[in-house]
Design a protein around this ligand. Structure first.
Ligand SMILES: Cc1cc2nc3c(=O)[nH]c(=O)nc-3n(C[C@H](O)[C@H](O)[C@H](O)COP(=O)(O)O)c2cc1C
Length: 197
């Protein structure tokens, strides 16, 4: 019922055997110091066993052009499918020695499980982010990460979406607008107000 969610490709690998891919929408950053994220994975999934076995995974952020590959990795199992080959994705070694990164994804996070919460249908893996890889094209002239350029994929209640218009920026609601700029371009959207189309 949360809308929208990110959707990511999680690569995991057991002590033996090839790496696998899992589509995950129940993920999020949960702490900045130390940098931690979480993924909630259904117990009994093939990937669940791999995650428990080694405690290592990578989170790879797909673009809208990878939507078919993302769906495929979320409806097939690594138990009987080489998802990398079938989805046309390329494993590349990361720098932390864990499972591979997905080369086609512009952002990759190498993670190590720090806590495991067995919640019921899902296990919540809380993991430290050990390495971050970002495609060079996403760093702007000032060295800022311009993630909005990446065209990342979103998941909304059973459907895949590209994000829409930008409506504001951090803190814009309390920033004073320069005099004479209160016209259409500078108009903020107030809570409860429906933005015009
Ligand atoms: C868009 C999408 C999001 C998903 N999100 C999750 C998730 O957050 N957690 C989860 O356990 N499974 C999720 N799934 C289901 C798994 O990706 C799916 O069961 C997958 O086939 C398991 O692969 P495996 O057997 O190789 O581990 C999602 C599937 C899709 C299509």
């Amino acid at each position: 019922m949360l809308w929208p969610l990110p959707v990511v490709l999680v690569a995991s690998q057991g002590r033996e055997g090839p790496p696998n891919l899992l589509t995950v929408a129940w993920t999020g950053i949960v702490c900045t110091r130390p940098p931690l994220l979480s993924i909630a994975v259904t117990t009994g999934r093939y990937s669940h066993d791999l995650l428990v076995e080694t405690g290592r995974f990578t989170v790879n952020l797909p673009t809208t052009s990878l939507v078919r590959a993302v769906d495929l990795c979320g409806v097939t199992s690594g138990r009987d499918t080489d998802k990398w080959r079938r989805a046309g994705l390329t494993p590349v070694a990361g720098s932390a020695g864990g499972p591979p990164l997905v080369e086609e994804c512009p952002v990759n996070l190498e993670c190590r499980v720090e806590r495991r919460l067995d919640l019921g249908s899902h296990t919540l893996f809380i993991a430290g982010i050990e390495q971050v890889h970002v495609a060079a094209g996403l760093i702007d002239g000032k060295g800022r990460l311009a993630l909005e350029r990446a065209g990342l994929l979103s998941w909304c209640h059973g459907h895949y979406y590209a994000l829409g218009r930008q409506l504001g920026h951090f803190g814009f609601s309390v920033r004073r607008r320069p005099a004479g700029r209160a016209g259409r371009a500078g108009r903020a959207v107030r809570a409860g107000e429906r933005p015009s189309r």
